[in-house]
Design a protein around this ligand. Structure first.
Ligand code: PLP
Length: 461
């Protein structure tokens, strides 16, 4: 590609380090510059239109042109563009948002702590797990269990919870105190002929065995996304969370639900906890909380955890944790307006009504020769690409088959994001039926192109 030295592309290559990007190929390929958005579509700087089939990064639930959110931010910026919540200070949007979130919570919760990203919310939850156990006089109960293929973020602590090799490799992670148990993905980890229930029982037994090996009095908490989206849209097998929670309760282990993607309607309920029956002690959320128009995350804690914080911070003299922009009034005002829109437009009801069409389209694509399994729930799903449908044999990861499929989708006017072998679809919640069909047609074209490329021996040009 020839790029003018003063173009945005050249300046990007010269100056920007991109997250989750191969820095080497970026030097030759450069960026795709997105200039504006309209509903579920975004446009690049050459005027090409794309369906944003991943809601950006699983977050732009209301699409890319919701004026009410622009207005909410503008008004709040005029009134109070910044204030913090340190040292007993507060502001109106933060109080209202906390009240609203507690009212929406799928289980009784006591307080809300605000941060800026999903990683920070999970990092905070980990710190509170430790603070809590020190406060209640169980200083040895500190290890945290997460799952293989989990995604909880990229800070040192949350990346340690994440169970994906590329988030650990050469970063010297995970830290000790974090251990990983079985991934509940039946397609990859189930045994031949195993039912969902049998597999769930085996996962719970594996958790029990891990706890026994480590010593129950050393295990503090278990982190789980209701659906492990980044790990490959792994929908838990039936009875999984009932069985897991039985083990956790038996050993007095806290449950933290990571609702960063599932929260706010994605799975067909306000929270993934409702869809899959989780009863957590803490809930982390971000992304769709503000429809992605402003960075904001939140952590809800139950009264048991809160009481310990009250006692401990009373003893120490402060609760020594907080981010400058946690409790920022502008993102809080935007989040409040987002929640109002969800309610007024019955976004959760819309997801429920439209999800069957999305899931049917996904299952239809599951018949494609490249697709080993199509799976999902609500308005999130994945197509797991395989070399051999019958044996589930995977492609050589070096070929980047799913990434190639993503590039072909882009050529057909659809942006998605492939992670590993998974071609993911997670459209804005406002998508309509015709747009779902359009998205599936483009996915079909991308898969057909990819199959031809594979059959031709994956030429590089
Ligand atoms: C389930 C889950 N938790 C946490 C995070 C981290 O959020 P952030 O990128 O805002 O730090 C993500 C991001 O994709 C996520 O999917």
């Amino acid at each position: 590609m020839t790029v003018h030295p003063n173009s945005l592309h050249a300046r990007d290559i010269a100056h920007v380090l991109h997250p989750y990007t191969n820095a080497k190929t970026h030097e030759s390929d450069g960026p795709m510059v997105i200039s504006h958005g309209e509903g579920i579509y975004v446009f690049d700087d050459e005027g090409n239109r794309y369906i944003e089939a991943l809601s950006g990064l699983f977050c732009a639930s209301l699409g890319f042109s919701e004026e009410r959110l622009v207005e909410a931010a503008t008004q709040q910026m005029r009134k109070l563009p910044f204030y913090h919540t340190f040292g007993h200070k507060s502001n109106e949007p933060v109080v209202e948002l906390a009240e609203k979130l507690l009212a929406l919570s799928p289980v009784p919760m006591s307080k809300v702590f605000f941060a800026n990203s999903g990683s920070e919310a999970n990092d905070t939850a980990m710190k509170l797990v430790w603070y809590y156990h020190n406060a209640i006089g169980k200083p040895n109960k500190k290890k945290i269990i997460s799952r293989v293929k989990a995604y909880h973020g990229v800070t040192i602590a949350s990346a340690s919870l994440t169970g994906l090799p590329n988030n650990h490799r050469d970063f010297d992670l995970p830290i000790d105190r974090v251990i990983h148990t079985e991934c509940p993905g039946l397609y990859r980890f189930g045994k031949d002929g195993e039912t969902e229930e049998e597999f769930a029982t085996r996962c719970a037994q594996a958790l029990e065995d891990l706890i026994q090996r480590e010593g129950a009095d050393t295990i503090a908490a278990f982190f789980a996304e209701p659906v492990m989206v980044s790990g490959g849209c792994i929908v838990p097998p039936r009875t999984y969370f009932d069985k897991i929670q039985e083990v956790l309760r038996k050993h007095d282990i806290l449950l933290i639900a990571d609702e960063v993607i599932c929260g706010f309607g994605r799975t067909g309920n306000m929270f993934g906890c409702e869809t899959f029956g989780l009863q957590p002690d803490m809930i982390t959320m971000a992304k769709q909380l503000s429809a992605a128009y402003q960075p904001i995350s939140a952590l809800m804690i139950n009264d048991k955890v809160y009481r310990a914080i009250v006692d401990e911070s009373g003893k120490i003299g402060t609760f020594g944790h907080g981010f400058t922009y946690g409790g920022h009034p502008v993102p809080a005002a935007v989040a409040l307006e987002t929640l109002k829109i969800y309610e007024e437009r019955d976004i959760v009801g819309h997801v429920r009504r439209i999800a069957p069409r999305f899931q049917a389209g996904l299952r239809k694509l599951g018949e494609h020769p490249l697709v080993g399994e199509a799976r999902g729930v609500g308005l999130v799903g994945t197509l797991e690409l395989v070399k051999d449908k019958r044996t589930k044999e995977t492609f050589d990861p070096g070929l980047g088959v799913a990434v190639y499929a993503g590039k072909r989708a882009q050529a057909h006017g659809m942006i998605t994001r492939s992670i590993g072998d998974n071609f993911n679809l997670c459209p804005p919640l406002i998508i309509n039926e015709a747009q779902i069909d359009e998205m599936m047609e483009k996915a079909q074209l991308a898969l057909d192109d990819t199959l031809r490329w594979v059959e031709a021996g994956h030429p590089t040009a």
